[in-house]
Ligand binder design. Structure first.
Ligand code: 5GP
Ligand code: MN
Length: 322
């Protein structure tokens, strides 16, 4: 049996299913989570879909069908027999939901990160997949469950956001086949791009302005970076979950191969998002800082302040150049 068949069979046999995205969820983990929750509910299961703290649900995905099904981590009273972790490269990415996941009889790990630690009893992990949403789509098809327009919209959102609108290197011919099938199943293509990319709040627009205004470039490291403080969030009224795409503006500065966005958290720690291109790999840098991710999109959290985090990263870039 393949891991795809095992995953489909385990879900078909389950009665109570916990499902979770990773902490600080993005469009892929939210889309995959809501799609799987709707499909399993339709198949008669009791489903407990959850986003772990600390970050809240990103508002740009409020329009997604199934969003009302989500429950808070502390509302999962019962112990699900099966727990599915979506888009998590390791079990720490589940935050406070880790305990429920580990206590489940069957832990299913569905993910597309190359650094996945294979923490599940079943590991449907494919680093060639564009997104976790693509893998969830394959599971749904394998089990023979219907893909409603609502489910297709959620999965399409995952594919579109994780590929940066079919723009990043994880876009392959197979990605377009899946996009085609989701479109044919009734995914609301225009709503997805309109809500995710063409509906930013005024507060986020102002935050973006601040971040772009203060971009710094270190030409010797082909490095561009910027930062966001808690004060910026207070002044503009924007929230961190809205900033998912901000870093793409930094990577697109000509001459840049590595981009970083430093985001001050309420705890004083700094979340660092890394993106790269033209063969430069940021996954190993993020891992060496206790984080992880893909070769060209990764992240970690630093205990230093923003200036200290910038220095730490510059040291790493210096090491790499030798
Ligand atoms: P982002 O910069 O959007 O937060 O994250 C970029 C990519 O790196 C995503 O695929 C995300 O799952 C992964 N990532 C970000 N932070 C961490 C982390 O602390 N640990 C691990 N394992 N992966 C991370
Ligand atoms: Mn993903």
């Amino acid at each position: 049996m393949t891991e795809l068949e095992r995953t489909a069979a385990a879900l078909e046999g389950a009665e109570v299913v916990g499902i979770a995205s990773h902490v600080n969820p993005d469009g892929d983990s939210v889309g995959a989570l809501l799609a799987l929750a709707m499909v399993l509910t339709g198949a008669g299961k009791r489903v407990l879909p959850c986003i772990p703290e600390p970050w809240k649900y990103p508002p740009q995905y409020d329009f997604l069908p199934g969003r009302e099904m989500l429950i808070a981590p502390d509302e999962i009273g019962e112990q699900p027999g099966l727990f599915a972790a979506l888009d998590c490269s390791n079990i720490e990415r589940l935050g406070p939901l880790r305990k429920k996941a580990e206590a489940a009889e069957t832990l299913v790990n569905i993910d597309h990160h190359e650094d996945n630690t294979m923490f599940g009893g079943i590991n449907l992990v494919d680093a060639m997949a564009s997104s976790t949403s693509e893998l969830v789509y394959k599971v749904i098809r394998k089990a023979g469950w219907p893909v409603s327009p609502e489910v297709a919209t959620c999965l399409y959102t995952g594919v579109v956001t994780d590929t940066g609108r079919f723009h990043h290197r994880n876009t392959s011919p197979g990605t377009f086949v899946i996009a085609h099938e989701l479109a044919a199943a009734g995914a609301d293509l225009f709503r997805v791009v309109s809500e995710v990319y063409d509906s930013q709040s005024l507060s986020y627009t102002r935050l973006l302005g601040r971040a772009l205004q203060r971009v710094e470039v270190m030409a010797e490291h082909e490095f561009a970076y910027s930062y966001i403080t808690q004060q910026d969030l207070a002044d503009t009224g924007a929230t961190l979950p809205e900033t998912e795409d901000l870093i793409d503006h930094l990577r697109s500065v000509r001459g840049t191969r590595v981009a970083a966005l430093f985001k001050e958290l309420p705890t004083g720690e700094v979340r660092v998002s890394l993106r790269s291109r033209d063969g430069f790999e940021v996954g190993p840098i993020a891992r060496s800082m206790g984080g992880g991710g893909h070769a060209m999109a990764a992240g970690y959290t630093s205990d230093s302040d923003i200036a200290g985090s910038v220095n730490e990263l510059v040291e790493k870039l210096r090491d790499r150049r030798g």
